[in-house]
Design a protein. Structure first.
Length: 80
């Protein structure tokens, strides 16, 4: 088992063996996915790599979601 220490500023160094196994290079981005009491670190190659990061339990109405987001953004802009 590999371990790492959380530094005072919250940084964690990913061990070299893990970086090599995941083919992570300097300035690569990773995403942290919470699964109950586990955290999964996945390379963020493009937006498609986020697929499955948010569990969905029912069908989604994406047009309705887009409209809701537009309304919330418009409200925030109006109050600035």
């Amino acid at each position: 088992m590999l371990t790492a220490i959380i530094e005072e500023n919250g940084n964690v160094i990913i061990p070299a063996r893990i970086r090599a196994a995941m083919d992570l290079k300097v300035n690569d981005q990773v995403v942290f996915v919470r699964r109950r009491d586990h955290i999964i670190i996945k390379p963020l190659r493009d937006l498609r790599s986020l697929r499955g990061a948010v569990p969905v339990t029912e069908e989604q109405d994406f047009e309705s979601i887009r409209n809701q987001v537009r309304q919330e953004v418009a409200k925030r802009i109006a109050h600035e």
